[in-house]
Each structure stands twice: as structure tokens, then as C-alpha cells.
Design a protein around this ligand. Structure first.
Ligand SMILES: Cc1cc2nc3c(=O)[nH]c(=O)nc-3n(C[C@H](O)[C@H](O)[C@H](O)COP(=O)(O)OP(=O)(O)OC[C@H]3O[C@@H](n4cnc5c(N)ncnc54)[C@H](O)[C@@H]3O)c2cc1C
Length: 381
């Protein structure tokens, strides 16, 4: 019996674990280590904030994955010894023949002085609840939505939040009393999709009267004021931020090769610098032909998890692996008023990703809702 250990029970870890337990059945022991008792998708935070859904509706217990043949180690990974082929957790030491690192990217509000005291973290389930309550009482004033570092996961999400808030305030007839501004340190809203597609996204914001200011790097938060690196200060009555992201600390000390802050992988196979060790999803960084990284998105983490799992299945069964991660995918952009669009195409195309952004439609919003439900029902039986 081969021992296969998967670290992290998010999109990447869950899809890999289920693929492995299905593919190897009696040939391997598949163990998934996850510190959180529940799984919930990030896209639901936006529904919680805008009153479109609850956390409870999107949460599933991690232990339910046992029905799919996966051993669950409910614990925190404390150290990864990639060369020594062991992982230490607070629930014991796990030796492995194969390892998949799927520990994600952590939003780190602590990296921005003054943030936690005054701002809501758009990427935290707890803050989503608090922010939802604040929004319901918000009748007038200035809302600033600011991206505080790159890369961050789901690049459209802050703009989705702005458009969904716009829609909410229009429905309760307070929009005329509320200013919504968005700020990014980048030169355009979603640089990876290219200037023409960005113009389309920024046009959607402008049409809704939402401010968009590029090239704004936040140095610190001072009370409810954003202080930018060039000294410009923007006061707001409600600050919503996307904090800088980092991989969990254990990743940096694992002995695996890094690409800047993130794990280095071979883009099509997700193999790391050490044989039999893979890294999938937000924890890795895959450079694209236009020098920007592949966006951190659940859909990519899920496909990468499957590719890594199939490579391991092929090795155990001494077959040849034919699956590769080909960079095709999509990201939803919810635009409010019951509509959504998506960025889709080939992110691995050269000299730049070949992507389109379609017109917003109710059908794409339905696809986004189905995206969540289909995975919840497939993974958590
Ligand atoms: C607001 C928002 C909206 C989004 N919308 C979309 C969308 O529409 N479509 C889309 O594709 N993606 C979306 N995303 C992005 C998506 O959620 C992430 O890209 C995806 O979760 C990445 O999957 P992953 O498996 O790499 O990491 P994660 O899903 O983050 O999983 C990592 C897991 O590792 C666990 N972990 C971390 N450290 C430890 C440790 N030391 N010990 C034990 N366990 C640990 C964590 O608890 C976590 O469960 C959105 C994200 C947000 C925040």
C-alpha cells in the first residue's frame, strides 16, 4: 500500500483526494490533512455580505469526505520535510510515498498597519458576517474597496463586491446617498486579461457610478483613512479591503524550491523540485507568457488537483500519465442585478492569454451558482 498525503482540504486538496481514492482503491492509503472542520467556497462570502445567502447553506463537514474513501486527519500541518518524506501535524507524524501540497494562499491583514482595527477583510468568512450586518444598516456615506497587495485570489472579487453592493443599495433606494470607490495597486483592473477586456470591466464599473482608481498602493490604514504610498489620503466611512496574500509559513520551510513567495512547479504536471511531491492551487505560482502569474482561482486548483492525482495513479499502476494542466479555464464576474459574466479562454496562450469577457447575463449567474452546488453535491455525498 502506497501512502499518499494531501495537505489542505480546499478545491485542490479535495479534488485530488477523491480522484486518488477512486483511482487507487486498495492500492493506496489516501490521507487528507485539514485544520478547518468545514469547507466553504470563497464565492459565498460575497453572497453573505450582500444578504444573498448564508454561510450555513454553503458549508460542508470535511469528515463527509470519508464516504469517498479518504482518511481525514483533522489537524494543523506544523512542518513538511519534503526530502525526509514526512509531514508533522499536531495530530501526529505522517510518512508519505507521494505528497500533494494544496495549502492555499492566506490573506494577511496583519501585514498592513491599521487594517484590522478599522477595515473589513473581504476574504474572511467571519468578516463577511460582520460586514453583512454593517451593510444592512448603511444608509449614506463613502465606501472604499481597496486591494492591498498582489497576487490575491479571485482577482475579479473586489469589483464583484462593488457591483453587488451597488445593486443592493439601488434596491433599497439609498444608492444616491452612497459613494463607492475601488482602488488597486495595479495599472488596470485585471491585468492578466489584457487592456481591451479590462476596459470592458472598468466600463461596467463606470456605468454603475463606481469609482475605479488604478496605481494606488496602500502604505497603511489610519483610522478609516487609506494612506497611499505617495502620501495621498482617502477617507471613507466604510473600508473594505483585500489584504496581501502569503502561503502558509510551513511551505517556506519545506525545502521545496520557491518562485518568490510561492511554490515553484512544472506548469503542466504540477511537480515540485522533489520527486513524488506536487503543489496544486493557490500555493503555487505559474508564470504566463505575458510574465503575469496564473490567477489564483478555485477552478484551476481543482483541475490541477486532478492532474497531480492522475500522475500519481499512473505511477503507482506503472501506466503512462497522459493528463496535463493546459491552462484553459474561466473566472466568474458577478455584476449585480441578477447578472454575471466570465473571463474565459486559454491562460497558457502565447504571447499573452487568449481570453474573452462576454456580456453579463442571467445564464452566467446561474452557471456560477451551479458551479458551487455541483461541487458540493459531488464531493460531499
Ligand atoms: C471572495 C472570493 C470569491 C471567489 N470566487 C471564486 C470563483 O468565483 N471562482 C473560483 O474559481 N475561485 C474563486 N475564489 C478563489 C478560490 O476560493 C481559491 O482560489 C481556491 O480556494 C484555491 O483553492 P486551493 O485548494 O488552492 O486553496 P484553499 O481552497 O484555500 O484550501 C487550502 C486549505 O488548506 C488549509 N490549510 C492551510 N494551512 C493549513 C495548515 N497549516 N494545516 C492544515 N490545513 C491548512 C486551509 O484551511 C484550507 O482549507 C474566490 C475567493 C474569494 C476569497
Amino acid at each position: 500500500m502506497k501512502k499518499i498525503v494531501i495537505l489542505g482540504g480546499g478545491f485542490g486538496g479535495i479534488s485530488a483526494a477523491l480522484e486518488l481514492s477512486r483511482g487507487l482503491q486498495d492500492e493506496a492509503e489516501v490521507t487528507l490533512v485539514e485544520r478547518s472542520p468545514v469547507f466553504m467556497m470563497g464565492l459565498r462570502y460575497l453572497w453573505v455580505v450582500t444578504g444573498r445567502g448564508t454561510r450555513r447553506d454553503g458549508e460542508r463537514p470535511i469528515t463527509a469526505l470519508r464516504a469517498g474513501g479518504v482518511n481525514i486527519c483533522a489537524g494543523t500541518v506544523q512542518a513538511i520535510d519534503a526530502k525526509g518524506r514526512t509531514v508533522r501535524t499536531d495530530a501526529g507524524v505522517l510518512p508519505f510515498d507521494y505528497l500533494i501540497v494544496a495549502l492555499g494562499a492566506e490573506p494577511r491583514p496583519d501585514l498592513v498597519s491599521g487594517f484590522s482595527e478599522a477595515a473589513y477583510n473581504l476574504y474572511s468568512a467571519d468578516d463577511a458576517d460582520r460586514l453583512g450586518r454593517r451593510i444592512r444598516d448603511f444608509r449614506s456615506g463613502r465606501i472604499a474597496i481597496s486591494i492591498l497587495g498582489v497576487p490575491y485570489k479571485c482577482p475579479p472579487a473586489p469589483y464583484e463586491a462593488a457591483m453587488m453592493l451597488d445593486d443592493l443599495f439601488r434596491r433599497v433606494n439609498t444608492r444616491q446617498n452612497i459613494a463607492i470607490q475601488t482602488f488597486t495597486p495595479q495599472a488596470m483592473s485585471l491585468p492578466v486579461v489584457g487592456a481591451a477586456n479590462c476596459a470592458q470591466v472598468e466600463g461596467l464599473l463606470a456605468a454603475k457610478g463606481i469609482g475605479f482608481t488604478p496605481n494606488r498602493k496602500v502604505a497603511r490604514v489610519d483610522g478609516s483613512t487609506l494612506v497611499f504610498e505617495d502620501g495621498v489620503r482617502v477617507e471613507a466611512d466604510l473600508l473594505i479591503g483585500v489584504p496581501p496574500h502569503r502561503p502558509p509559513a510551513v511551505v517556506r520551510e519545506s525545502g521545496l524550491a520557491m518562485r518568490g513567495e510561492w511554490l515553484e512547479v512544472e506548469p503542466q504536471t504540477l511537480r515540485t523540485s522533489i520527486d513524488g511531491v506536487f503543489a496544486v492551487g493557490d500555493v503555487n505560482e505559474i508564470p504566463l507568457a505575458n510574465k503575469l502569474p496564473l490567477p489564483k482561482a478555485g477552478l484551476f486548483a481543482e483541475s490541477q488537483g486532478k492532474v497531480a492525482a492522475r500522475a500519481i495513479i499512473a505511477e503507482v499502476q506503472r501506466a503512462s500519465a497522459s493528463d496535463v494542466f493546459d491552462g484553459h479555464g474561466y473566472c466568474f464576474i458577478e455584476t449585480g442585478a441578477g447578472l454575471a459574466t466570465m473571463v474565459q479562454g486559454n491562460f497558457f496562450a502565447s504571447p499573452a492569454p487568449a481570453l474573452t469577457v462576454g456580456p453579463p447575463s442571467p445564464q452566467v449567474l446561474q452557471q456560477k451558482m451551479d458551479f458551487e452546488q455541483s461541487r458540493l453535491s459531488l464531493w460531499f455525498r
